[in-house]
Design a protein around this ligand. Structure first.
Ligand SMILES: [Cu+2]
Length: 199
């Protein structure tokens, strides 16, 4: 290991140490979708956290493949640019009637091409549609802060390193009633939350 690399490694470890010792806690739990076999991909997020959070420079991709959007549920941080890719051998379109996202229509484009859109309004749940294929549907959740996750196959989730404070935690899934609950993150440790979402 050369000296420069060694130094950056030490800085990296120090940064981890500082972030671990900052006053922050984790939220762990499990979500059940009533009447559904799968409990995966449910969105769990904190509605508002103080501060401004830089969106990722790297674009996030929503693909159109086998006449479906992938992923179907895409949570992003405010200001993120999404690249809509067409991986099918047919034309696809992307549009949304959702007003908080500006009801845009990106037009229709062939295989291999991308059109992009930057989402600049927080707490906006955007329905993504294709006017060529009425059965295609996806959702983009534009969130104010990066403290969001999606459940795994068992419905489990974990939001790490949430700064100490009181928040509203929300659980969202298409066609189900959103659940909201007040939480308090103490200086260290984790809290556990269990939810059942109903239609
Ligand atoms: Cu389509």
């Amino acid at each position: 290991m050369n000296k420069k690399l060694h130094l950056s490694f030490i800085i990296f470890l120090t940064a981890i140490f500082i972030s671990r010792t900052a006053q922050a806690g984790d939220i762990k739990g499990k979500v059940q979708l009533a009447g559904s076999k799968s409990n995966a991909n449910v969105l769990v997020y904190i509605e508002y956290v103080d501060g401004s959070f830089a969106p990722p420079e790297k674009h996030v991709v929503m693909d159109q493949k086998n006449l479906m959007f992938h992923p179907k549920i895409l949570p992003i941080l405010l200001g993120t640019t999404v690249d809509f890719l067409n991986s099918d051998n047919v034309f696809h379109n992307v549009f949304t009637p959702t007003e908080c996202a500006g009801s845009f229509n990106l037009g229709t484009w062939p295989t291999g091409e991308i059109r992009s859109h930057t989402f600049n309004d927080a707490n906006c749940f955007v329905t993504i549609l294709c006017d060529v294929h009425p059965d295609m549907q996806a959702w983009i959740a534009v969130l104010q802060n990066p403290f969001f996750v999606q459940t795994n196959k068992s419905g489990e989730f974990e939001i790490k390193n949430v700064p100490q404070g009181k928040y509203i935690l929300k659980v969202w899934y298409p066609f189900y009633k959103t659940v909201s609950t007040e939480i308090e993150i103490k200086s260290t440790g984790s809290i556990r939350k269990y939810f059942t979402l109903k239609k």
